[in-house]
Structure formats: C-alpha cells, structure tokens
Write a protein of this length. Sequence first.
Lengths: 541, 197, 175
Amino acid sequence: MFYKNELDFMPGVYKCYGDVQFLRFKIRLEIIKSSMISFSNVEEQETGLDPQYNEREEFEFLWNQKVFSPREFKYYSDVRNCSTPVENEYYNEINKLISGGTKSLTNRLFTYTSKDIIPIHLHKNIFYKEESCKHSSQENTLSSLFQQRLCVLNEKFQDWSLLPVRNIIDYYPSDELKMQNRSLFFNCETMYIVADLSDKSHNSENTNINNNEHILVTIKWNKKTHTLTVVPDFTSLNTAGYRIDVDMLSDTRYVYRYWLLNISHIEEESRIQKMEKLKNEFVTYRTNANFTLDFEIPFKNTINVFVFVEIQKATNFLCDNLFVQYFINLPSDWTAEKPDLLSGITQLCRCGNIENVVTFSYVFELKLTKTLSHNIQNENDISEYNWPQFFFEICSLDSWKRFRVEGYSWLSLPASSGRHKLILNTWRPASISQKDELKRFFIGCDPVLTDFTYPGVSVNDNSNLLSRYGFETISSGSIYLELNIMRQIGSNVTASRKCSHLADRKVTTLMNSVNYILEAFKKARQRMLLAREPILLHTGI
Amino acid sequence: MSLSPPENGFLITVIGQIEMADFPDFDNIYCKYCFVYGSDWELISGIEEGISQVSRKSQDNRKIFILNFPLEICFKSTNPYGWPRIVLSIYGLDSFGNDVIRGYGMYHLPVISGKCTKIISTFVPASSSLLQQMTSWLTGRKPEYIDSRVLAYGDGREVTRVISQGKVWIMFNVMIKDMRKFGFDNIQRNEIPTNVI
Amino acid sequence: MAEVYIIGQILGASDFPNKSLFCKWSIHAGGGWKLISGVKEGQTQIDDPAFGNFTCWCHPVDIHYATKGPQGWPKIHVQVYHYDKYGRSEIYGYGFCHIPLSPGTHKLECYTWRPVGTLHEEFRRYFLGGGIQLRSIDLIYSSSDRYRLQTEAMGTVHMEFSVILRNFTKYGVEI
C-alpha cells in the first residue's frame, strides 16, 4: 500500500567539515493504536502530531552514545557476563545508573555503537525476504559473498595517497587483496539506533526478542573522507515520518512511525570561517594575478591570423608513392612571419595495408598578419577582402623514378576561426594527344601547369571574366586536411572591457564614420565661408 | 554540519548512470566505480565509490548486461588540472565459482555541460606466461591491479600487457557553475561540418 | 599570460597490420609555452584485443600550459610500436597532430606512416622484424629535409581531447 504523504526511504550522504563529535540528532518514535489500519490511512491527512497517539518517545543522541536496551541492561548488569574491556565498561555504566536511581534512559529506543557486536538476528537479508530464500546450501553464489562482506565490517585501513608506481599488477592475487579491491567503505564506523517494539502492556517477559528489535536508523562515519551516511535521511516534524513495516510483528493493531531530526551545531565555527576566508583570498589572488601583459599583442590596426595546418592523408589516387607540394599565396596587405613556411613538400608515401590510402601526417603552422586600413573610401575596393590562398600539387615519384603530377587543388583560407576538416578533390590536366598519354605512362612526363595559381584566381588575371574554356582535366583523388585557425585582433585588446569584441568593432566603425562626417562638415563649412567672404566684405560685416 | 554552497571555486555536478555493459564471453558481472581527482579538487557531495548489483546476461539477441547504476557527484575546484575521472572495475564469477576480474576502464568526466553517452572499452592485465595463464584459470586468481586507481594516471603502465575485452556504456549529465567567472572558456564551439571542396 | 588545459585520453588504434601494439606519445610546444603541471610524455600499455580490431589504450592525458602567444601551439607526436609474442618491439608508425584550438571536446584521428628502407632492408624486416627507424624525430620538424623520406601508410591512432582556455579573449583572440 503506498500512501501519498509517505517519505521516501532514502539515504543521505553528507560531506562534513567538522568532526563527528558535534553530531546531535533527535529521534521521535510514535506508536499509534488504530482499529482499522489499512484503508482509513488513505483518507486521513498524515501529519506529525497525531492526537490519538498512544505512546510517544523522544531522545537526543550523540555520536556513538551507548543507550542500553532492557535486554542489554539485564545482561550486562550481571558481572559473570562481562569479560571483554568493552563489556566491563558497560557493567560499570549500568551500575552507575542503578546507583543513580534510574533504570534506563529510554523506554524503547537504544543504540548499538561501533564497539558492539551486532546480534545476528539484525543482519537481515537485504535482498530477499527471509522466508522466501534460504542461502545456507548455496555457499558459492555471489549474493552469499555479498552477505559475508556486508555483515563483516572490515576495519582495514587503506592509505589512499600511496599508489604503486612500479609493479602495479599482482599476477597471483591473494584472497585478502581480492577482498580489499572488491569492497567499499574502509575505515567506517557504524552506529545503529534500534527500537524495541515488544508489547510493554504485558508484564511477562517476551523471550522472542528477534522479531521485536528493529533498526530505525543506521549512521556510518568515514573518518578518512569525512563522509556521514545516514539511512534514512534526516527529516522534519512536518512530514508523515518513516513507517516501520508491520509484517514482522505479531500485533498488527499498531502503526509505528518515527522521525529523525538533525539538531547538531558547529562550535568551532570560527576556525572554519577562517579557513573559508583564506581560501577566498587565495582564489581572488589567483584570478587577478595571472593577467600580466606578457602576451604578444598585435598593433592597433592589424589582425594576426594563426593557422595550424595538417595534411593528413590522400585517398583514391591511382598511383602509389605520392607526395604533396603546397604553396601559399598572400595578397598585398598580408605578411607572414616565417616566409620559408609558405611553401613546402611532404615526404613520399606509398600505400600500406589499406588500399588506396596514403598518409602524410604533415603539420606546420603559420602566423599571418593583415594590416587594416581604416580608410573608408577603400571599402568598395575588392582587394581589401582578398584572403590568402593555398595551392596543393600532388605528385608521384615511383621506384623507376617516373615523376607524374596526380592532381591540383586550391583552397581559400577559411574566414571563421575554429577547427576545419576539409576534403579537397583534385584534378589533373588531361593530355591532348595519345603520344602524351604514352609519354606519361612510360617516362612520366606530364603536362604541368606553369602558373601555380591557375587553379585559384590567378594573380595575373585582371580582367572581369574568369574563363577556363578549352582546358580539359581528368578528375583525380582527394586530400584530407585539417586547419585550426585562431585570430587576434589588435584593437580588441582590453583589460577591463566586458562587452564582446563584435560590439567593439561596430563601435569603432561607427566612431570612424561619425568622425569622417564631422570632418567633411568642417571642410564644407570652411568652403562655404570662403565663398561667402566677398559678399560679406561688401556689406562691411 | 551541513554545508552551504561554496563561492570560492567553480562547481561541477555530474548525474548519470552506468547503463549497460557488453562482455561477449561472460555470463554475469558486477561493477565497482570510484572517482579519482587532483589535489585542487574537493568533493562537495555525492557518493565517491559504489558497487552495483550482479547482472546476468540478457537472453535476447543483444546479449548485454543492464546495470542502470546511478552516479551522482558534485566537485568544487579552482583549477581544471586534475579533472575528475571515473575508474571502473568489473568483476564476475567464472565457471568454478571464483570471483575474477573481467575488465578495468577509465574515463574523464565530460568537460562541457550537457548530456552525453560514452562507450568505454575495458581491459584486463594479461598473464605473463602460458603456464601462469593455466594456473590462474584453474585457481581463479587472474592478475589484478593492486589498486585500480593507478589507471587514472598514466604512470606505471609502461610494460604491462593487457587484453582488451568488453565495453561499458555510461550516460553523463553535467552542469557547470561559475567557470566563466574565473576566466575559463570551455564552451563547445559548433562543429564546422566537413567541407568537400 | 594565457593558459591552456588539455584533458583527454589516447583511446587506441585501428587499421594496423597487427593488433598487439603500444604507443609512445609526447606533446611538443613552442618556446613561449611553459608547462605548469602534468606530464608531457609517456608510454601506454601493450594491448592485444580479444575481439575486434580496435587496440585499446585508454591512456589519460592531463596538461596545463601557460603561454605568451598562440604560436607553437602544442602538437602531439605518437610512435606506435608492435610488440610481438617473442617480446620484441618494432616501429609501426609515426604520427603528428595539432591539439585543437577551440574549447570543448574533440575527437582526433592521427594517421601514421612508417619509414621504408631499401629492398634489402624490407626483405630482412619481413623475416626478422625490426625495420628501420628515424634517427631523430627532429628531422620531421624541419620541413626542408622531409621530402627525402620514403614511407608507407599505416593505421590510425584515435584520441579524444578536451581543451579549456583561459584569458585568451582578454588579448583580443577570437576562437
């Protein structure tokens, strides 16, 4: 039966700065007697304070505080039962309580701390209901291994900071290493809050304690990582509380609910505050101190374009043993920092185990600088917008030393920055006659372009018409390229301006045009005054 | 004892799950994960280590293991160096009933915010000789890493031989706060589609 | 001073003639770059895949650089070796790749090639293994001499890198 106001039984995992000794929490247990349990609860509003409660118990616990159950009280008050130091300690405590006059601090709530040995009946099988599955005969299944592991709280300590650097593999791992690798929660202390739900109205001792002790809350503290795990999580009094499953109890007339409240407060606040303050200062120092003008900044009216080129591979060429020659053509207002890199040749490569694929893996980088002229009159001049062009020539040189041209291609430098993956398809000039074909096959003599910029817009061509009519080509394979482009604009270098660089550019052009207009106006006014001078002189003004 | 959200660093929150695994040769597996991170990083909340349930292979054509094991973690840092990684160790029972290692895997948490599903290939250390291979098969003690977190760093793996087998699918949902404030730029630029010219 | 964080891993390799491979990788950056934290070179494990053709290395890379300019942006250089059942290793490929510039996660494919010797050397390599290697990888950086090298195409190394930049936009860099 699911009730809409019921809380989810979720564990809470908390990372704590302070120590666990500051943990304080309160548990309220309510036992409500109700004649009709199953159906009436659906309509009732389940709130914290039920005026019909029969029994309520509240207690505030500290971490690892030992509170005795009636059974334990009787057991440890007998000195013959106490042999270990822990048990002796309990015996002394109980004696103090008896001599103090109180029998026990609580009626139904008690704890098992990390020092106690947990009774076996509390190790419930968390995967299946007890009656349905018996595991005693199946020793070697995984779930029984898990049971072993979960029941035995291993206090082995593993040093997290020391990782092996040599000999990281153990070729014949021992059982201990295997167990260590497959387990979690090292160095974890656990505390259980348990409720004794036996029928208190009858004075007879209920010997069957197995069914009447229920774990309400499990708290695990991992000293190394300062993590507190609370199952179930903390809640508030405004909710319906957690409900104990009544299936196991003999008396089903009662509804059992409990709440877990966190009432701890940190006493060492000042130390934690000091730590936070130091951290904040360190962070602000780091963020501000890194900005030094140690970075290369271009001049005001230049753009630096950094191009990182990779000629990766070539595919679908008919011949083997290929290499690529590249040339970069820069327009007049562009300069390159290292002009030697504007042309180059890759190594010679032949096909490997994959057919028709030839790899170059050739990388080079360029720093190109474009000088901008802010002269507005040049806006319409097309040469202002010329960008560098890349020309590629793929050639083959085989073992017989026959040199052939396999393809030409060209590429205009992409205008946007970022990572560009390009596949360039190539073509080669077709032979005009059969004789040329034979020449190409036997001695490798090809028609070759005289002007390497011909595949693009040729620099020699100033006419308005681009015509390649009459030129015959044969389509050839493709080259795979990758270009990474980064631009640095000189006028955009600021330390404190927060608006985007695009807005900056618009502002400067706007200012430029406004200045231009003002200047033009001034000139026009002067001309007007000069023109009016003779008239003004006449009138004697 | 509970924490208020810290302001002196950027936060990375990852919510996801280890969805499924594909190990053609084996019948049952379970997975253990842990997060490894650099010294500038701090775990704010979430579970640093976990073990999944034991899963048996599906009986349909896909023959995969469904784990659906949740991951939830939140880190704080001032420095992206030492970005957290998840280290997986996958174990299972062999035919003799011994708990043996089936695969190790490692992956960095995604650096950009959003949802992504990653396929991680896993591998096991190989035995050093044929005799040792036979012995470990019989006794159920296959070679294991002494500490699986060593996989999060590259050191020490130089002459180790491994056999890769199996894949694990992990889905991550990442939220990042305040990285921009500290000057870091990790916004994924739109991928320019491959141009064929 | 601008900073670059490179976080990622060398996933593995594919399309090589043999599957039992390992890789020596190193990251090279220009003179204006300073390595603040991380290791810039390493060697992966030797992997022999049980299924499929993908050799899996899963080798993490985590590097923090500070720089004066985008020139000399880090490049990764990989050398793939084959480890045979007798324990010998021979070179299977050299490859180069630029680390991507734009922030975010990128998948990289680095195509590799192997130097090829004379007919006599290739004949020896076929039977005994251990072909010719480059004397020094600096030869590859100086572009003038590279055309004399005769090579053969080999497989691909797959990598995945995430790049985080810092302070680049303050210096007017558009990325």
